[in-house]
Design a binder for this molecule. Structure first.
Ligand code: 13P
Ligand code: SF4
Length: 324
């Protein structure tokens, strides 16, 4: 970790570089609070994955620095092929993306040609290129409802929990790829029940990548932005939050007098894999942002094959138009 002096120097240098290079910082709610604060201070954005995509597409800067995970950088590049898209690290993956290899996914689609292919944004450019629609958790429910009303049967990938939640809510015919998020998959219902008993007046906020028995206990289910909104709108003073703990920065900033508690990730207090913090989101740091801006080097720049990018842009544009 940086000393306070080093942090101050790094932040000051990043601010200079953003101006000098005509760049803007686009950060996810799960990144380090210092990165979120910097994005806000410098006219960038802190957002959920849908808003990140829209902001990156519409902002006039020549370069985008995307602090998040790889699919977020790739989405930005697909939507704005003429901008340079840099990331603090290209090693920031996502278990949903990794769990859905494009060749296996194409086989799955080929076996079910009668189904409309809807994929979550947490996928590679190649998987998106095979899809009819891309969705994020903030608008997936509405889109599937819309497709179901037209009588369409859905092939869904990759998150089984989000897909299962949408199928239960909409009643749509959905065939699910069996992927999961390593962070949300760890929340434990029994321990959450015990925690709720200790805080009977708390509201439970749940990201829909969580297992069914966690979603069943929720007072609000939604994307990161929607959960932040729920924390402002619900009258409770205390919230138990089942998503990555990076989100606490924004929740606490907007509601300084409310109390936010992490939902439990292991029923018996034993070690868990991710403990409510995405290991890949955690790879984003101030020094890496500085380096990305300073060098613009190949270890930071996102490239998407232009032909693949053109194909992937179609369902992404549909997503943004539907969500508008
Ligand atoms: P949001 O679209 O809700 O920000 O989710 C992205 C994500 O990766 C959640 O784990
Ligand atoms: Fe992927 Fe889960 Fe990390 Fe989100 S929290 S980026 S879904 S691994």
């Amino acid at each position: 970790p940086l000393t306070p002096e080093e942090k101050q120097e790094t932040v000051a240098r990043i601010k200079e570089l953003l101006k000098e290079k005509d760049a803007v910082l686009v950060a996810h709610y799960y990144t380090d609070p210092d990165i979120q604060a910097l994005a806000e201070e410098t006219g960038g954005c802190v957002a959920d994955s849908l808003e990140m995509a829209r902001f990156g597409r519409d902002h006039p800067a020549k370069k985008l620095i995307v602090a998040g995970v790889r699919f977020m950088g790739e989405t930005a590049k697909i939507l704005t092929p003429n901008k340079q898209v840099l990331m603090p690290t290209l090693d920031a993956e996502c278990s949903l993306d990794l769990g859905c290899p494009p060749d296996k996914f194409a086989e799955f689609c080929d076996q079910h040609p009668d189904r409309t292919v809807v994929v979550y944004a947490n996928t590679s450019a190649a998987v998106k290129a095979r899809a009819d629609w891309v969705v994020t958790s903030s608008m997936a429910l509405e889109l599937v409802d819309h497709l179901d009303a037209k009588g369409e049967k859905i092939l869904w990938a990759p998150d089984k929990h989000l897909g299962g939640y949408i199928a239960r809510e909409t009643g749509a015919d959905m065939l699910l790829w069996q992927g999961a998020c390593v962070v949300h998959d760890e929340f434990k219902a029994k321990a959450l029940n015990d925690m709720k008993a200790l805080h009977p007046d708390a509201a439970i906020l749940v990201h829909p990548e969580s297992p069914e028995n966690i979603v069943a206990m929720a007072d609000a289910v939604g994307s990161t932005s929607q959960l932040i909104k729920a924390s402002q709108e619900l009258p409770n003073d205390t919230f138990i939050v089942a998503t990555d703990k990076g989100i606490f920065y924004k929740m606490q900033q907007l509601q300084p007098n409310k109390t936010f508690i992490e939902a439990p990730t292991a029923g018996n207090g034993a070690t868990c894999r991710s403990c409510a913090h995405c290991p890949w989101m955690a790879m984003n740091g101030l020094k890496a942002i500085e380096q990305a801006l300073e060098t613009g080097g190949k270890e930071h720049e996102i490239h998407v094959d232009p032909e693949l990018g053109k194909k992937a842009m179609v369902p992404l544009d549909r997503m943004l138009a539907f969500a508008a």
